[in-house]
Design a protein around this ligand. Structure first.
Ligand code: MG
Length: 162
């Protein structure tokens, strides 16, 4: 049998709270808001983790790291991503590429995209060109437009030689 490619999608959102910094894709971004959540609320890392797990049909971030477990309180989301990648490797897959869209009125993600791509690539075990991070606003519409929080959508492809 030849290589097979599979695709996964991940989505995450988190609410803003006053006072920075904001952790996105494992990078601390200077901002006057932060993200609230049980872990470090890193919405990029959570969406990417779910995309990778989804591609392998290996569950989701909530099943691997339940809110009910105190050990997950304030947990480093890049470490959760590394753990998800390890479980996908154990199933015989490697990550091929990742594409992420961040939807938020602020902060602007573009200036931080190179650092985020490097951090994600390291956790994913891929080269930086295999990781894409794009930012856009929601044109002022809805909860994102009102600056209540941030949403991230990620797609992952993984391949198996089996
Ligand atoms: Mg989350």
């Amino acid at each position: 049998m030849g290589a097979s490619t599979r695709i996964g999608i991940g989505y995450d959102s988190h609410r803003f709270a006053p006072g920075g910094p904001l952790i996105l894709g494992g990078v601390s971004i200077p901002a006057d808001v932060s993200l609230i959540g049980h872990s470090d609320a890193d919405a990029i890392s959570h969406a990417v983790t779910d995309a990778v797990l989804g591609a392998a049909a290996a569950g989701d971030i909530g099943s691997l790291f339940p809110d009910s477990d105190e050990a997950n309180n304030g947990r480093d989301s890049i470490e959760m991503l590394r753990s998800a990648v390890a479980s996908v490797h154990a199933l015989g897959f490697v990550v091929t590429n990742i594409d992420v869209t961040v939807v938020a009125e602020y902060p602007r993600v573009g200036p931080h995209a190179p650092a985020i791509r490097a951090r994600l690539a390291d956790a994913l075990g891929v080269a930086v060109p295999a990781v894409s991070v794009k930012g856009k606003t929601n044109e002022g519409m809805g909860w994102i437009g009102r600056g209540e929080g941030i949403a991230c959508i990620a797609v992952a492809t993984i391949t198996s030689e089996r």
